[in-house]
Design a protein around this ligand. Structure first.
Ligand code: G3P
Ligand code: MG
Length: 244
């Protein structure tokens, strides 16, 4: 089994995160998958950005959920990274899906409802995916397990994955009550070695954020299902070397 390489927020280490430029790069380097984060605007549009606020990755300020898509589209989402990317805007999920038309890798949509529970975001997400019928394999993940439950209620066939930093009571309880396909733990948790007891089937783990060569090699050696990395091109090159 080959460990898959998933590009975190596109190719976050080399391009402005969660922008079309970052997703194009992830496709260019032939990532096995792409991870992105979704929030909901005031007028109920699914937009791709990591934070609840605009401040860190755009020239806007304030909460994403308190502005309309038209307002959000005015902001520059690339200059903070490099002036080369000043044309980049916050993409809608629909724009990303259009960009990825024909892509047959995995698309991990992280629902960012752990700090703000956007009412109706899960239904909108399922609706958009059903409408767009993407060629990529969709995986929904979240730190907020009630969002994952809602996804399953809207589409029982949807693949859901639980995100966690450290395994806790909540993750254990959830696994008993809901059909979870994959677990997305942090690399810090993987280092605790408890995973060996809890997850003998490593094919159920996709680990983030694996950026150091040593950590990449560790995951490849342990046959972890996938790594989510800011440096997909490097991770793929390291994987090639390891397999020789
Ligand atoms: O999905 C893995 C990872 O993206 C989770 O954390 O904060 O980078 O969205 P974060
Ligand atoms: Mg994420």
């Amino acid at each position: 089994m080959i460990t898959k390489v998933i590009a975190h927020r596109g190719s976050k280490g080399t391009h402005p995160e969660n922008t079309l430029a970052a997703f194009k790069e992830a496709v260019r380097v032939k990532s096995d998958g792409i991870e992105l984060d979704v929030h909901f605007t005031k007028d109920r549009e699914l937009v791709v950005i990591h934070d609840e606020t605009l401040d860190r990755t755009t020239n806007g300020t304030g909460n994403v959920g308190e502005q309309t898509l038209e307002e959000i589209k005015q902001y520059d989402a690339g200059s903070w990274f490099s002036p080369v990317y000043q044309q980049e805007k916050i993409p809608t999920l629909k724009e990303v899906l259009s960009l990825l038309a024909g892509y047959e890798g995995l698309l991990n949509i992280e629902i960012k409802t752990d700090k703000i529970a956007y009412a109706g975001i899960e239904e909108a997400l399922i609706g958009l995916i059903e409408h767009m019928q993407p060629t990529c394999h969709i995986v929904y993940s979240s730190f907020n397990f009630s969002s994952l439950k809602k996804i399953k209620a809207f589409n029982p066939k949807a693949e859901i994955a639980c995100l966690f930093k450290m395994n806790n009571k909540q993750t254990k309880l959830f696994s008993r009550t809901t059909q979870v396909a994959f677990w997305h733990p942090s690399i810090q948790w993987l280092k605790t070695k408890k995973w060996l007891l809890l997850f003998p089937k490593r094919r159920h783990l996709r680990v983030w954020t694996v950026n150091k060569e040593k950590e990449m090699l560790f995951c490849y050696k342990k046959k972890i299902a996938a790594i989510i990395t800011d440096y997909p091109e490097q991770a793929l090159a390291v994987r090639k070397t390891y397999q020789k």
